[in-house]
Design a protein around this ligand. Structure first.
Ligand code: AMP
Ligand code: ZN
Length: 147
């Protein structure tokens, strides 16, 4: 499945050149053009999926193991001391390219500093109420998937 208007389809399938660090039948891993830190990589499935909800589990199941290898290579090769694996779904979550991709962002002792979320506060009653709502919605999702 490809989308003719999708830039990541073109990059993943080699029609547009990129700084490729890895390629196999399912993925191309490239360097981000606007890196958050040196070596910021993007895992691009060769198939077009808008986001993780649309994607085939046979493909998504391979992404975390691949991200782990890339992160380890960032430590060995680039001297990173850690790395983040980030995946945005939807505009409100910061997704700007609507072809599933996973960021692997190396982190270094000397920065750059990146903004994370500010931990909030929640009463236990609120946590329980939210957990109850989510639990029911998730059970429905899982049930629908099984059918
Ligand atoms: P997201 O905000 O999660 O959708 O991430 C999109 C990422 O793709 C951003 O970090 C961009 O810098 C990056 N990006 C956009 N176009 C290209 C491109 N042609 N080559 C490499 N990275 C790109
Ligand atoms: Zn695409």
């Amino acid at each position: 499945m490809r989308d003719e208007n999708c830039i990541f389809c073109k990059i993943a399938n080699g029609e547009i050149p990129s700084s490729t660090v890895y390629e196999d039948d399912d993925f191309r891993v490239i360097l981000d053009l606007g890196p958050a830190s040196k070596g910021h990589a993007l895992i691009l499935p060769k198939q077009h999926y808008k986001d993780i909800c649309e994607a085939d589990m046979a493909v998504t199941g391979k992404i975390l193991p691949l991200a782990a290898k890339i992160g380890s290579a960032m430590k060995k090769g680039l001297g990173a001391s850690g790395f983040n694996v980030v995946q945005n779904n939807g505009t409100s979550a910061g997704q700007t390219v609507f072809h599933l991709h996973v960021h692997v962002i190396p982190r270094y002792e000397n920065g750059p500093v990146m903004v994370a979320w500010n931990p909030g506060k929640a009463e236990s009653r609120e946590l329980e109420e939210t957990a109850g709502i989510l639990k029911n919605a998730l059970a429905e999702e899982l049930f629908t998937e099984e059918k």
